[in-house]
Design a protein around this ligand. Structure first.
Ligand SMILES: Nc1ncnc2c1ncn2[C@@H]1O[C@H](COP(=O)(O)OP(=O)(O)OP(=O)(O)O)[C@@H](O)[C@H]1O
Ligand SMILES: [Mg+2]
Length: 268
């Protein structure tokens, strides 16, 4: 492959697509209140790929839900400008009674794409995840990896914009956690290609440190609950990276040590 290496965008120079300022989130109130996130400040630059790591229950999904505007912070501000935001859940969550094309057309309909354009747009999206031949299948007729790809296409459908040049932010919540290593490697290549071709801004949650280093321009480590940003790691290696390369392994080992310290300090 002779692709040019993609440099990590400079955080200071690029404009922020997502800006979290002092975000806290508590569930419930009074003596039973549970603080999930505590004073999280984080900027994600336009076009940046940021991976979020942290122990189970530290507030990663909560944070994505807040950015997706599915919930409100208890304190602090969240600014996504006029970007389109799409959330890809851990489970593919497709409609089982609709075929692959119809699942994607529904997302396009929700985004106001006129009926006459939906079929063609859906076909383009399926092409981008290499699933054109499965357009008429229903979710149960697909493998787990294929279902994840449909979910990815559907999330991308939610980012279609009326005008070019409008920012798109893709939030991914452990999207590949349940897949075998080989399928995951293929989807890493795919998401990296789509991210680059479409100029997406990605906030990607994972438990897998190597996956974070394989994909991210930057890896953000959250503390155990309540989630706070404890450390950030720039990933300087050229793309595409191999998940089993010595450079990825070495940085992943370093981050894993920090994660262990963090989990050890608070338990899970
Ligand atoms: N709607 C809710 N109501 C009450 N508590 C909630 C709600 N959503 C999340 N929580 C609590 O907030 C904390 C953070 O949950 P969250 O799902 O964000 O964690 P997470 O980092 O995504 O964990 P995991 O890695 O296991 O997916 C947990 O203690 C959880 O019980
Ligand atoms: Mg979660």
């Amino acid at each position: 492959m002779t692709e040019a290496a993609t440099a990590a965008p400079s955080r200071s120079a690029a404009s922020a697509a997502v800006r979290l300022g002092g975000v806290s989130k508590a569930f419930g109130s009074g003596s039973t209140a549970l603080l999930a996130l505590d004073n999280v400040s984080l900027d994600v630059a336009t076009g940046e790929f940021v991976c979020l790591l942290g122990a189970s229950g530290c507030g990663k999904s909560t944070l994505l839900n807040l950015v997706a505007d599915l919930d409100r912070p208890s304190a602090g501000t969240i600014d996504v400008g006029d970007a389109r935001v799409a959330l890809m859940f851990q489970e593919p969550a497709l409609f089982p009674w609709l075929n692959v094309t119809a699942n994607i057309e529904l997302a396009l309909k929700m985004r106001g794409v006129p009926r006459g354009e939906r079929r063609e747009r859906a076909a383009e999206l399926l092409e981008s995840v290499h699933l054109r031949d499965f357009a008429r299948k229903r979710p149960h007729q697909l493998s787990g990896g294929m279902r994840q790809r449909v979910a990815l296409a559907r999330a991308l459908a939610l980012t279609v914009s009326a005008k070019d040049g409008r920012g798109t932010v893709l939030l991914m919540d452990e999207p590949f956690g349940a897949l075998d290593a080989m399928t995951r490697d293929l989807l890493h290549d795919e998401i990296e290609r789509i991210w680059r071709e479409r100029g997406l801004t990605v906030l990607f949650v994972t438990h897998n440190v190597r996956e974070a280093v394989r994909l991210g321009d930057r890896v953000v480590l959250l503390s155990s609950r309540p989630g706070r940003v404890v450390e950030q790691f720039d990933v300087p290696m050229d793309r595409p990276r191999r998940i089993d390369s010595p450079e990825v392994s070495s940085l992943a080992a370093h981050i894993t040590d920090r994660l262990r310290e963090e989990v050890g300090r608070h338990g899970v």
